[in-house]
Ligand binder design. Structure first.
Ligand code: ATP
Length: 249
């Protein structure tokens, strides 16, 4: 069926994004045999003890586990912020376990978005300016900022709060600004560490609804950590971590 007039730019931008993705349902991330230990008090603390996992396009995957089980350590590896002592991590075919900081940072800036428990917004900047900042950091041409910022803030339901600063927004609204900021540069993968931990259950549910929406419309894959059993229900896949390993439940 021919595309409707006016739909062209939407299609073109989707096509651009898809060209960076594998055409099939092949994993965008593969983690094999990953181990990580840290020197503590003259001894090695073994935090990750042989992790195997994968993320496929369009999935919402959750890591669940007690405090200290190693979830954040693993997220740092997936996001290219840290490297394993042993094992392999391939993100979109890039060997993160072999690459140096600069190589990983380059891929991370373009292809990965991060969301944190405490929102990590710039307090003196408005919602609009916070999202714009992320486009500037990712090197997106200035001419694309306005439509993209507007689109992302509308997508997370903040079309009427675009010029509010963080202190003028509720916790749930701040987290939605953080989501708009994290997806603005069209990453392939969104990593979220306890994104609902500071929110009441209603606001947490809103954030999860936004996650589902952006998976469909922005074709992103989301990997998040959570302690909240009610939120696990919306996951496509849950990895349960106990003491640095995944267990099957
Ligand atoms: N850089 C480091 N140096 C030493 N120990 C570390 C380092 N990073 C993490 N650890 C230790 O590794 C263990 C796992 O930490 P991690 O933050 O990955 O757990 P978590 O499952 O994310 O916990 P939480 O749910 O509380 O965030 C902890 O015992 C922590 O103290």
């Amino acid at each position: 069926m021919p595309a409707e007039p006016g739909a062209h730019s939407e299609i073109a931008s989707a096509a651009e994004r898809v060209s960076a993705l594998p055409v099939s349902n092949e994993p965008i991330l593969t983690v094999s045999g990953v181990e990580r230990s840290f020197p503590v008090g003259g001894r090695q603390l073994h935090v990750l003890k042989g992790i195997d996992m994968e993320l496929r396009p369009g999935q919402l995957v959750m890591l669940r586990g007690r405090s200290g089980s190693g979830k954040t350590t693993l997220m740092n590896m997936i996001g290219g912020l840290d490297q394993p002592n042993r094992g392999e991590i391939y993100f979109l075919g890039h060997p993160f376990h072999l690459w140096n900081d600069d190589q990983r940072t380059d891929v991370r800036r373009k292809q990965i978005g991060f969301i944190f428990q405490t929102y990590a917004l710039m307090p003196l900047l408005s919602a609009w300016e916070n999202v714009e900042l992320s486009l500037r950091m990712a090197g997106v041409p200035r001419s694309q900022w306005k439509p993209r910022v507007q689109h992302c803030l509308e997508l997370v339901g903040l079309g009427k709060r675009m010029h509010h600063r963080p202190f003028e927004l509720s916790g749930g609204e701040q987290q939605r600004v953080a989501i708009a900021k994290a997806i603005a540069h069209r990453p392939t993968l969104l990593l979220a560490d306890e994104p609902t931990a500071e929110l009441d259950s209603q606001m947490g549910a809103q954030v999860m609804a936004v996650f589902r929406e952006i998976i469909d419309t922005e074709r992103v894959t989301i990997c998040m950590t959570t302690h909240d059993p009610t939120i696990l229900e919306v996951a496509d896949h849950v990895y349960q971590m106990v003491d640095g390993k995944f267990i099957t439940t």
